[in-house]
Design a protein around this ligand. Structure first.
Ligand code: MRU
Length: 353
């Protein structure tokens, strides 16, 4: 089953459970995984059936609700204690994307603040998960439209490079970096997308190109090590990427390889934008050195598909994210407008976040 235009919903509340697109099977197969238990949601996040910072936030929010449904206790304090254990299991899935923690904390806050019987708390939890879900879609559409205002004015039609997948699949729909792509395409400002393949998990090759193809957006796939060459050849006008966690000073963690992309963009005088909702900004951290960086299984780099590509005895280092310093970022595109990285704190002060 293939979705039609604009229908990519990686997380869907379906009757009484969650339906996830199985992103580990794309682009070969478009299939779903039905999630009824919070343990299964934790597993889906950990194994990247659902991935991308905002999408795992939405998924975790539903995970907290599903977990609440598994607690059959009427005593409020005992219920909240058990709910905290559910939250902890969900927190332990992936460490870098702050949206996961942000969504779980918002759910727990609602549970604590809801007066009345446990049944009422559960109802408030479902409502909140659905709100987080709906808000993220609106947020991405706003990010896409704000992004339009800062795209280079020349040429008329831009060649935009992106890394990893910050698209509909990584959010509630529409996407952050690919939200800017979608808005630019709609307005006739886009010639094509260049998609980095994004070793080792290949989210660019498997997911970003898939999303573009679904919508008829011209897309050229390159390997990660081709970006500098493409820039030197004058093929790239602007770079837009997503983020997993941004700190108060504007440093941005995103998929491994983003930092080197920002460096080569700077060397070629190409604007480098990070597109992310304010829920991705962790104002409790002053700079990017404090962001926990997930390290994943060595098999991700020891193999291409099922084929082992290195001899036995090799040691591995497989960080899933890197941090791009604020000094390399032209602007951060949020749902409330575009700001220089050092102005994030002022932007937050103007909003109710
Ligand atoms: O490991 P992943 O696939 O979850 O990493 C995803 C990214 O790095 C995205 O760029 C980021 O989450 C932004 S998604 C809108």
């Amino acid at each position: 089953m293939t979705p039609s235009t604009n229908q990519v919903c990686p997380v869907l509340w379906y009757q009484d459970h969650v339906r996830l697109i199985d992103q580990t099977r794309l682009p070969a197969e478009y299939t779903f995984v039905e999630i009824r238990r919070y343990e299964d949601m934790a597993h889906a996040i950990k194994t990247m059936i659902v991935r991308g910072a905002p999408a795992i936030g939405v998924a975790a929010a539903y995970g907290v609700y599903l977990g609440s449904q598994e607690i059959h206790i009427d005593d409020r304090d005992a219920f909240l204690e058990r709910l905290e254990a559910v939250a902890q299991q969900l927190r332990e899935t992936r460490p870098t994307a702050v949206n996961l923690f942000w969504a779980i904390e918002r759910m727990l806050r609602v549970a604590r603040q809801t007066v009345g019987p446990v049944s009422q708390i559960k109802a408030a939890l479902l409502e909140t998960a659905q709100q987080i879900h709906a808000e993220d879609l609106q947020t991405c559409q706003a990010i896409g439209d704000h992004g339009l205002s800062v795209l280079p004015s020349t040429p008329d039609k831009l060649r935009l490079l992106t890394h990893c997948n910050a698209g509909a699949l990584a959010t509630a729909g529409y996407g952050t970096a690919l939200g800017v792509v979608r808005s630019a395409w709609r307005e006739g400002r886009l010639e094509r997308v260049y998609a980095d393949e994004t070793r080792p998990r290949l989210q660019g090759a498997k997911l970003t190109t898939w999303e573009c193809v679904q919508e008829g957006i011209p897309v050229t796939l390159i390997t990660d090590n081709m970006a500098a060459h493409c820039m030197k050849q004058g093929l790239i006008d602007v770079v837009v990427v997503g983020a997993d966690r941004i700190t108060a000073n504007g440093d941005a963690a995103n998929k491994i390889g983003t930092y080197s992309l920002a460096l080569v963009a700077k060397a070629h005088n190409i604007p480098f934008f990070v597109a992310a909702p304010l829920s991705t900004v962790d104002f409790s951290l002053s700079d990017g050195s404090q962001i926990p960086i997930e390290e994943r299984d060595p098999t991700e780099i020891a193999q291409v598909g099922e084929t082992v590509i290195c001899p036995a005895g090799v040691e591995f280092y497989n960080p899933a994210f890197d941090v791009t310093p604020a000094s390399l970022i032209t602007g951060i595109i949020t749902e409330h407008g575009v700001v220089a990285p050092e102005k994030l704190v002022q932007l937050q002060a103007q909003q109710v976040v």
